[in-house]
Design a protein around this ligand. Structure first.
Ligand SMILES: CC(C)(COP(=O)(O)OP(=O)(O)OC[C@H]1O[C@@H](n2cnc3c(N)ncnc32)[C@H](O)[C@@H]1OP(=O)(O)O)[C@@H](O)C(=O)NCCC(=O)NCCS
Length: 167
């Protein structure tokens, strides 16, 4: 099926992204936010099919703890790889692509929140050089988009993990 290509999404990608990844409302929202300069939606494609994505949040963090301890830090959010293609290195490639973009934009550091129970993802981030910050766990709100269009706000306690981007 060829190699994985990662690129910034454009509005015209939405139908193909939704076919493979669902979450029409989420991706519609993020494309709008990207258009407004808020962040970057990066999508991994394999053989023309979307296989994963990550949204790089450049705007102010929603969590007051992040704004207090890491003002202006960029956040890796919503990293995901389709269930059938996990464990092939695509998540790692998406993270590295996000980090490269941030470095090119002048960022020196990146952060992300990972759910307390998500041990697999925590191991992945640790292997890629992320360490937990010393300021404790943080309550976040996960926005779940239902197929009917309604949004559900789900509280989630996260570990905050940080990595220096300096090569
Ligand atoms: C976390 C995730 C993005 C990793 O993507 P990936 O393409 O499988 O990652 P890679 O192939 O680059 O690395 C594999 C590592 O991912 C982790 N991983 C997490 N879930 C996994 C799964 N279902 N299958 C395989 N690896 C998984 C493992 O730690 C694995 O490392 P290991 O070799 O130490 O076991 C992906 O598993 C996913 O979409 N999970 C569900 C959504 C999620 O939890 N996102 C993170 C939110 S903070």
């Amino acid at each position: 099926m060829g190699k994985v290509v990662i690129r910034q999404a454009v509005d015209g990608d939405l139908p193909a992204m939704v076919r493979a990844l669902g979450q029409k409302e989420y991706f519609g929202d993020r494309l709008n936010m990207q258009d407004g300069g808020h962040g970057l939606l990066l999508v991994a494609w394999k053989g023309g099919v979307a296989v994963g994505d990550v949204y790089v949040w450049l705007g102010a963090a929603e969590e007051p703890e992040l704004r207090a301890h890491l003002p202006d830090v960029a956040l890796i959010t919503h990293l995901e790889v389709v269930a059938g293609r996990r464990g092939e290195g695509i998540g790692t490639e998406l993270l590295r692509a996000a980090e490269r973009r941030l470095w090119d934009l002048g960022h020196k550091q990146v952060a992300l929140g990972v759910g307390l129970d998500n041990r697999d993802a925590q191991r992945l981030y640790a292997r890629l050089g992320y360490t937990e910050w010393p300021h404790g766990q943080v309550s976040t709100t996960e926005v779940v988009y239902h197929p009917g269009g309604e949004r559900e706000l789900r509280p989630e306690i996260c570990r905050i993990m940080v990595r220096s981007l300096d090569p």
